[in-house]
Design a protein around this ligand. Structure first.
Ligand SMILES: Cc1cc2nc3c(=O)[nH]c(=O)nc-3n(C[C@H](O)[C@H](O)[C@H](O)COP(=O)(O)O)c2cc1C
Length: 254
């Protein structure tokens, strides 16, 4: 049993290495089932500021798992800081013992800091990393990589900054541009249902936001922007092996 959270497809692409039918965490969270049992259970998700996304934390806290082997696959783009050991601690607080955690370096989809065109052009040897992790999971390897002290420090700094930035939590950094044609893709890819259509345009509710950037990255018109600096407003990313339809299936409230 493999659960995943994704905005731009990296984590779904990774999850598919571990299961033919991975389960979307946003969809699971819309249902009532919170007890899961299997020989091995895995969670595949991105690293956001050194941590799993808010919804993944909520899923961990609200669920009870019975498994002989529990693992996390964390996808990240540049610097995972101390994400594996932090995630292991988080899981322990939720009553889950993490046996194994691997981090997979992929395209960094954080628009304020990275130019998607530059990121897409880089070869991060994703397939090799995933093959190694699949082998480790199939051999039931145990191990949580220990972070370097700088990683722990950087994570603490970023976490403190984020606490002072409600914009990352309410979506107020996300703007619908005049070029919006009201196609509704943002509404369908948002894991928390933060968009609606009005007068032929997308509108954003002022509610909880994961700041996953699925709306901006998947908009066919590039009509969702950021009110903070965006490295390259003309470049957007979705994992080339994952279709828009798969992101919609993962996140849409249907
Ligand atoms: C809000 C946000 C914060 C991020 N923080 C980090 C980070 O701290 N370290 C890092 O290496 N990558 C970071 N990333 C990049 C993602 O973890 C990475 O691109 C991930 O593979 C995206 O997964 P997805 O395609 O499944 O959504 C961040 C991305 C977003 C949107």
């Amino acid at each position: 049993m493999v659960f995943y959270f994704t905005a731009t497809g990296n984590s779904l692409y990774a999850a598919k290495y571990f299961s033919d039918a991975p389960l979307s965490i946003p969809q699971v969270m819309r249902g009532t089932q919170r007890q899961f049992s299997d020989d091995a259970i895995g969670i595949v998700c991105p690293v956001y500021a050194g941590e799993p996304p808010k919804m993944v934390k909520e899923f961990l806290r609200e669920s009870s798992f019975q498994a002989d082997y529990f693992y996390f696959i964390l996808t990240y783009g540049f610097d995972q800081t101390d994400a594996p050991e932090f995630t292991a601690r988080l899981a322990a607080e939720a009553g889950v013992h993490a046996d194994y955690i691997a981090s997979i370096l992929m395209v960094d989809n954080y628009l304020p800091m990275f130019d998607m065109a530059v990121e897409i052009a880089m070869d991060k040897h994703v397939e090799e990393q995933l093959t190694t992790a699949v082998q480790a999971v199939s051999e039931r390897v145990h191990g949580i990589p220990e972070a370097a002290e700088e990683g722990r420090k950087l994570h603490a700094q970023v976490a403190a900054m984020n606490r002072e930035q409600p914009a990352f939590n309410d979506g107020s950094q996300i703007t619908v541009l005049d070029s919006c044609i009201g196609c509704g893709v943002c509404q369908s890819v948002c894991p928390v249902g933060n968009f609606y259509l009005e007068g032929g345009k997308a509108r954003r509710k002022q509610t909880t936001c994961e700041f996953c950037l699925a709306c901006a990255q998947n908009c066919p018109q590039k009509a969702i922007g950021l009110s903070m600096a965006d490295k390259n407003p003309g470049a957007r990313y979705r994992n080339p092996h994952i279709s828009l339809q798969e992101i919609i299936q993962a996140n849409a409230n249907s």
